[in-house]
Design a protein. Structure first.
Length: 276
């Protein structure tokens, strides 16, 4: 049992779970463009996500988790190093166009931690913008880059999808901001710090309603799978958002909330099998 717990902790704290969540969102995007079995591209996203998240989470400026993870840090360092190598190797398999869309997102990730100007604040320290930067990075990596890979059209439907994903990620971040109220410095001016926990949940609920309603603005006759899956994932997200408390179980956010994109993909696959 102790070994299983250690493996699970490594799975969570090594960012494997959040990387699978990212891969799930990428796969959802690819499925909307009728593309399947692009395992190399999904692996590319997976290794990039592990590298990026561990870089952000375990950099010197990130204080959360360090004390309780000292024993497993070497394993996480090896995982991050191997993931970064595989990410770079796989990058050579893809077109220049895909990589050009990816470069600004990689730069945004770096400057999220590393100050743009020496001895100045990094992007994470800029008051009130943390979740919006993360929303941009996730929307870019799970919608824009996959669409470029699929050689899809950057039409109105694409921009609606991009905005929807941005809103979805912001809502997914709100439970983390509620959890981290006891850790975050007041200068960060996170949403719960500014408006309180209850209003944060109301704010997230409004964003989810907009996320859902935007589906109806897409052109053409929408597949029933997309409509139903969006309704279901909105409902699930609302339940987890309103179930969030300041004091919560250790894995409420880092496992259950981060599982929502994986649940979303599972719902899409199930509905596709049901409706053909």
């Amino acid at each position: 049992m102790k070994t299983l717990k250690s493996i699970f902790r490594f799975y969570i704290h090594g960012s494997i779970h959040v990387a699978l969540a990212s891969v799930s969102l990428v796969q959802i995007t690819l499925m909307k463009y009728g593309i399947s079995n692009e395992y190399m591209f999904l692996l590319f996203n997976f290794f990039g996500s592990v590298t990026a998240y561990n870089f952000v989470k375990y950099s010197k400026t990130s204080k959360l988790y360090h004390k309780r993870l000292t024993k497993s840090m070497k394993g996480i360092q090896v995982l991050t190093f191997m993931s970064s190598l595989l990410f770079i190797c796989l990058a050579f398999r893809f077109s220049i166009e895909v990589l050009l869309f990816l470069i600004p997102l990689v730069a945004l990730t770096i400057f999220y931690i590393v100050p743009i100007i020496p001895n100045k604040s990094n992007l994470r320290s800029v008051a009130g913008v943390k979740i919006f930067i993360i929303g941009l990075m996730w929307a870019g990596t799970t919608v824009m880059v996959p669409v470029a890979f699929a050689k899809g059209s950057f039409n109105l439907d694409f921009w609606i999808e991009l905005v929807q994903r941005f809103l979805f990620i912001i809502v997914m971040m709100l439970p983390f901001e509620i959890r981290d109220l006891q850790y975050d410095e007041a200068a960060l001016e996170t949403v719960p710090q500014k408006i309180g926990v209850t209003k944060t949940k109301v704010f997230g609920s409004v964003l989810l309603v907009v996320f859902l309603l935007l589906t109806a603005t897409k052109g053409g006759l929408l597949p029933s799978v997309e409509v139903l899956s969006t309704i279901l994932v909105t409902t699930i997200s609302l339940l987890f958002l309103w179930g969030t408390e300041k004091k919560q179980t250790e894995y409420y956010c880092s496992f259950w909330v981060e599982s929502i994109p994986i649940m979303w993909l599972g719902i899409v696959i199930l509905l596709q099998n049901l409706f053909g």
